[in-house]
Ligand binder design. Structure first.
Ligand code: ZN
Length: 309
């Protein structure tokens, strides 16, 4: 219902007759909120909208135009899941090369890719900056959302729901995988879920366990390389034990002179490229360093790498 206090937003010349929510031609003026409500703190707005966006129902909990817009987008995603699914499950080239028609592509046949593009664009459309009576609209967009592949979902959960419907993935599997690999790597979790549709509970548990182990190993490797980067050269009695030699000893598990001794040939094989003299000098430095490390007081006072061992 329109009231006198709803103000039509400014409409740039090149955006005339365009739905502010989805970019389709507009035929309606949408009033938000429909009636003056206490929980909406900003000005009452009137916005050009298409028939479809104008007819989307919303609850009274929605208390800003930004929340309302997110709600409209999510409603469009739900309504056009089948259209959006085309682009999630196929590439344009695959569709062109395929001889599918009719029912296989949800009844869209040759226009399938076009239907996908329209739905994708409507969901992605951002409207124009809100200006009311020549003044920039100052209510901040406080909505959070989850963005994946150019589409903003109202939340991560909504995104998972979408892929359950669009790509028939195992919702439980995808949810748990995203938890393990973090939402920032949603694409990786989704790839695994797409390869493992219609799985048994045992198989699901196995995949989740495998990925959890893989991730833990990656984190350990990253921590190890951080540690390696922090290793410093050490000078003992004027001879340098270079950081690369110390890293080598740590990697080989040689933390004492007696553990290093049987590995001497390996060391010279690995550092042949340095040339005999330089390899020998570095090995000598390493020996002196490990020897010095046998004295706890020296380690405490002089070893910059004491936390690495
Ligand atoms: Zn619209």
């Amino acid at each position: 219902m329109q009231t006198h206090s709803h103000t039509l937003i400014d409409i740039p010349f090149n955006q005339r007759h365009i739905c502010w929510f989805c970019g389709e031609p507009s035929s309606e003026i949408l009033h938000f909120p429909r009636t003056a409500r206490k929980n909406v703190e900003h000005a009452l707005l009137a916005l050009p909208a298409c028939k479809e966006c104008d007819s989307i129902k919303h609850s009274r909990d929605i208390n800003s135009i930004w929340q309302f817009r997110a709600h409209v987008k999510q409603a469009l995603i739900s309504k056009y899941t089948k259209h959006l699914a085309i682009g999630e499950n196929w590439t344009k080239e695959e569709l062109e090369e395929s001889e599918f028609s009719g029912s296989i592509l949800g009844g869209f046949g040759e226009s399938a890719w076009h239907m996908y593009e329209i739905a994708k664009q409507r969901v992605a459309y951002q409207g124009w900056p809100l200006i009311v009576d020549g003044l920039t609209f100052d209510a901040m967009d406080d909505t959070s959302s989850f963005e994946f592949n150019g589409t903003c979902y109202a939340s991560l959960r909504n995104c998972v729901d979408f892929f359950e419907k669009a790509s028939d993935i195992d919702k439980e599997l995808l949810t748990q995988l995203v938890e393990i690999v973090t939402p920032a790597r949603f694409d990786y979790a989704l790839k695994i879920a797409k390869l493992n549709k219609r799985i048994s509970p045992a198989r699901r548990t196995q995949i989740i366990d495998d990925i959890a182990i893989e991730e833990a190993e990656k984190r350990e490797a990253a921590a190890r390389s951080d540690l390696e980067l922090s290793i410093e050269d050490v000078s003992v009695s004027g001879t340098i034990a270079p950081s690369f030699a110390i890293q080598w000893a740590i990697a080989k598990g040689a933390s004492t002179l007696s553990e290093l001794c049987p590995l001497e040939d390996d060391y010279f094989d690995d550092f042949q490229h340095l040339g005999g003299a330089a390899a020998f000098a570095s090995y000598n430095g390493l020996q002196l360093y490990l020897e010095a490390r046998e004295n706890a007081a020296w380690v405490k006072a002089n070893d910059p790498n004491k936390d690495v061992w």
